[in-house]
Write a new protein. Structure first.
Length: 259
């Protein structure tokens, strides 16, 4: 299927590894020119070289922290008129809400909610003026299936999804769609970090928790980052212009509801 991404300019945050990297690879393979951003310059350059070698695409890099005003300014300056924006951020560690005070909650919002909103603010008007835009946020299934140990994520990511629902209805008339991907368990560094945060002295080992989570999923396995990348590419395509404000679960069937 021709996705219509040849020559499109894409700006992707959190794109040096895992799902962000897979998203960058997917649209680069479809002919997009991409700018990838993350905090770690070494991993970023390594990923850029891998994408260039695999796809032949033009790949630009910007090492910056999207959670800061300075970082966002630097990232936006590196790709001044993007057609596509991916907002991808890490999550907060698991824990008990009784241990979280004001600083922890503000930190969660400043990691998982506000940067994406501010990146949208910096790009969406230009997209509407040009008559085309695709914005996708990688969020989490936790906005539909609250995970008890991930209260910070449940709250902050739900705030982003709620904001997106309103903005998406304001932009589609101008050719700009905004959607969210809700991954379930995906074989990534973020998933490994999550499980490490669940380890308790004398409790299950990392391998036991890893295997148990895979076995509990209806698919019997973890998702692959490339599967997230494929859905991202389709949501960015010319075929998705009538889809906006949606939350796409990519979770192996773990969400138990009908709707």
């Amino acid at each position: 299927m021709e996705l219509g991404l040849t020559g499109k300019r894409a700006l992707l945050t959190g794109a040096s590894r895992g799902m962000g990297r897979a998203c960058a690879m997917a649209i680069a393979a479809e002919g997009a020119e991409i700018t990838i951003a993350s905090r770690g310059a070494e991993a970023l350059e390594r990923t850029a070289a891998e994408i260039r070698e695999a796809t032949g695409a033009r790949v630009h890099t910007v090492a910056a922290d999207v959670t800061t005003e300075e970082g966002r300014t630097k990232i936006l300056a590196a790709c001044e008129a993007p057609d596509i924006l991916l907002n991808n951020a890490g999550g907060a560690p698991p824990g008990d809400f009784r241990d979280w005070g004001h600083d922890e909650w503000i930190g969660a919002v400043e990691l998982m909610m506000l940067p994406a909103i501010l990146m949208m603010r910096g790009t969406v008007d230009g997209m509407m003026e040009r008559g085309f835009g695709r914005i996708v946020n990688i969020v989490s299934r936790s906005v539909k299936i609250p995970q008890l140990e991930l209260g910070l994520s449940n709250g902050a990511r739900s705030g982003l999804v709620g904001f997106t629902a309103g903005l998406a209805r304001q932009t589609i008339r101008k050719g700009v769609t905004i959607n969210n991907i809700l991954p379930g368990i995906v074989e990534s560094d973020g998933q490994r970090d999550h499980i490490r945060g669940m380890l308790e002295e004398g409790g299950e080992t990392f391998e036991e928790i890893w295997d148990r989570r895979a076995a509990a999923n209806p698919a019997g396995r973890y998702g692959r980052p490339e599967e997230i990348g494929a859905w991202f590419a389709f949501l960015c395509s010319r075929h998705s212009g009538f889809v906006t404000g949606q939350n796409l679960l990519v979770d192996g069937g773990s969400y138990p509801g009908t709707y």
